[in-house]
Design a binder for this molecule. Sequence first.
Ligand code: 2AM
Ligand code: CA
Length: 266
Amino acid sequence: MRLNSPKINLIIKACQKASKALIRDFGEIENLQVSTKAPGDFVTSADKRTEKIIIDELQKAHPDYGIITEEAGHINKSNTQNRWIIDPIDGTINFLNGIPQFAISIAFEENNEVICGVIFNPITNEMFLAEKGNGAFLNNSRIRVSNKKKMSDSLIVTGGPKYVSNIKDKIFSEYINVSKKVSNVRKFGSAALDMAYVACGRFDGYWQRELNYWDIAAGIILIKEAGGFVNFFDEDKINSVKKNIIASNSDIHEEFARLINKKDIE
Ligand code: 2AM
Ligand code: CA
C-alpha cells in the first residue's frame, strides 16, 4: 500500500464527496436534453455546487489557505504561500452533452509551485494523483509517460479554439501543421484529462493555447512526476492569465517544441 500525504488525502476526500452529487447531476443530463429547460443553466449550477463542496471540505482543514477557482475566483488572495487551484468540472461541454469525459481537478501550490495534484473522472472512477518527489499514480498503480521516440509515431491530443477565441485561424493552422507530422491528433475536450492521459502514456503529447491555470495546474505535477516535460510557449504579455502549454514524454519534447514554434514546418 502506498502512503499518501495528508494533503493528497484531503484532496481525495474532497473529490469523493463532491463526485457523489456530480454523478447524480450527470445522470440528470439525459433527461434535461429532451426537456425545454436550458441545460447550460443546469451545468452552471452543477459546477457551483461541486465547487462549494470542494471548497468547504478544504477550508475545514485549512481556513487560511488561498484558493483560485473557476467559479468563485480568488479566496484569501493575500495567501500566495499555500494555495489550492480548483476546477470543479473540467470538460463542461462534454458533461453538458452526456459524454463521460470530464474531471474534477485540484492542485496544491506552495510558494507558487504545484506540489501535488489530483484529477478524478467520477464516471470511469479513474483517479490520477501525483506528489512532488513521490511519482504519479492512476488509482493504485504507478504511471509513466510513453516511450515513443519520434513525433511521426506519436498520438497527440489538443483542444480549442474556444468559441470566443480571437485567434481561431492561428489555432487551426497549428492543428494542420502538427497533424502532418504526427501519427494522429485527438480532441477530447478536457484539458485536465488530456494531461492525465499524457502522464499515463495513453497520449504521447499535448498542446493547447488560451487555457486557464485551473484547467492545467494538477496536470503539470502529474506529467512531471510521470517523467514528462511541461513548458509554456508564446506567453501573452497583455493577457498573461491565459496559458499556452506543451507537454510530452522526454524523448519527443524537443522535436514537438520545435514544431509548435514553427521552425520545422515547410
Ligand atoms: P472547462 O470545461 O472547465 O471550460 C477544452 O478544450 C478545454 O478548454 C477544457 O479543459 C475547458 O475547460 C477549457 N476551456 C476553458 N474555457 C473554455 C471555453 N470558453 N470553451 C471551451 N473550453 C474552454
Ligand atoms: Ca476547465
